[in-house]
Design a protein around this ligand. Structure first.
Ligand SMILES: [Zn+2]
Ligand SMILES: [Zn+2]
Length: 409
């Protein structure tokens, strides 16, 4: 691209050019790896007088030794080589090597796939590699890493041995109180066993997010705060929690129909709390809070009582269809999820499968607050349109992380 073409290019043109340059760089780097493995096979000492190909590359490319070693290590995993006695050594990830030469894979993607395959038993490697590569066609390396984790968990479902410590006498206390500012303070003291369970549960829920909405900038404290909120949702979603008059949750929020529809104004939470109407609209979407919808003269309206509730059979159908949070790249399972009304029930949207999408708490909030949009595609599955700042063309994206593994029968 000459200067003139650069000045005249629109966003799509610039992005396309970056894409094709990246492909050229990647395929050149893959070819470099092929040459290094070839040199190593023939004998770098005989050919060049160097002790190792990494040393040779360090000098040829003028890069640090560690960087040269990374390149060589990556190349070895992708190409068959020869052992010191001249016998052939099969490549760990040969198909990945082919894709890399086509310029289709970033280095983090290659390293992710290779990292997973080193832990997969040789007999399963070919199939695992094919599956990871298929997935890599339209996912980032973090999503592929998540899939790799699932494959490894499937191959070794038992994980590590549990430890067998003596049970301690439980000693637990907890205080939860609301301050006048409207924030709540939680203090507690737990026995080792309860603490460990709480920590394991929160650790799992506080992981950095891997979805398509961009990097996760939350502090550890914020991530654990959000995880605690998720724990409450999880507990309230559990079938064992007694319902009150058929309702899942036990907190009321009073809001006028107008404010609920517009998302402007405020709502009364419980007896005293205040929340914005936008928050109330979000929580009312899957009745995480029970909305008491009021008319213009504050008279309670019957609206939505019958139509907004997602019945347990409908929830099961939703679990089966979406298998977890439907947001692209999210791996939260169904139990962590809420049902989002594509068209809000307060605006007349029906509570039926064709108007519902399963979403984790975080992505549900994101959807209500950001430029992301969701719709049900003609094949009956949800797809998400990213906001314009992420993708000018707003090409629909789907979450393929929850699809069953082909060998997980
Ligand atoms: Zn919603
Ligand atoms: Zn999610």
């Amino acid at each position: 691209m000459d200067d003139n073409a650069v000045w005249q290019a629109d966003a799509v043109g610039l992005a396309d050019r970056i894409g094709s340059l990246l492909a050229s760089m990647r395929s050149a780097e893959a070819e470099l790896g092929v040459l290094l493995v070839e040199i190593e096979g023939r004998g770098v000492m005989e050919l060049f007088g160097y002790r190792s190909v990494a040393r040779l590359l360090e000098h040829l490319a003028d890069i640090p030794k560690s960087a040269a070693e990374t390149v060589v290590k990556r190349a070895r995993a992708l190409r068959p080589g020869r052992a010191l006695d001249g016998s052939p050594v099969a490549a760990l990830a040969p198909a990945t090597g082919v894709a890399a030469q086509d310029g289709r894979l970033s280095n983090p993607m290659i390293d992710t796939i290779v990292g997973v395959l080193t832990q997969v038993p040789p007999a399963e490697r070919e199939e695992a590699e094919r599956h990871l590569l298929d997935f890599a066609e339209d996912a980032g390396h973090k999503q592929v890493a998540a899939l790799g984790g699932r494959i490894l968990a499937h191959l070794d479902p038992d994980g590590s041995e549990p430890d067998s410590t003596e049970p301690a006498t439980p000693s637990r206390e907890l205080s939860l109180r609301r301050k006048r500012s409207g924030t709540w303070e939680l203090h507690g003291r737990f026995d080792d066993e309860t603490g460990t369970r709480a920590s394991a549960l929160l650790d799992a829920l506080a992981e950095r997010r891997t979805g398509d909405e961009g990097p996760d900038f939350r502090s550890p404290q914020e991530r654990y705060g959000d995880a605690f909120s998720d724990v409450l949702d999880l507990a309230l979603n559990a079938p064992e929690v007694p319902t009150q008059a058929g309702e899942r949750a036990h907190v009321m929020v009073a809001v006028s129909l107008r404010d609920l529809q517009s998302g402007l104004g405020s709502a009364i939470l419980g007896d005293t709390g205040l929340m914005s109407a936008a928050e109330a609209r979000l929580h009312a979407c899957d009745a995480t809070l029970i909305p008491a919808v009021l008319g213009t003269k504050s008279e309670p309206l019957d609206l939505g009582r019958r139509c907004r509730l997602i019945t347990s059979s409908m929830r099961r159908a939703l679990f089966l269809r979406d298998r977890g949070c439907a947001f692209p790249g999210c791996h939260r399972p169904p139990r962590h999820c809420q049902g989002h009304h594509v068209r809000h029930w307060a605006d007349g949207g029906p509570t039926e499968l064709g108007n519902l999408v399963l979403m984790c708490g975080h992505h549900h909030r994101l959807l209500h607050r950001s430029g992301w949009e969701v719709r049900i595609a003609p094949d009956g599955l949800p797809e998400f349109l990213p906001p314009v700042f992420l993708d000018k063309r707003r090409k629909p994206r789907r979450n393929n992380l929850h699809q069953p593994l082909p060998f997980a029968a």
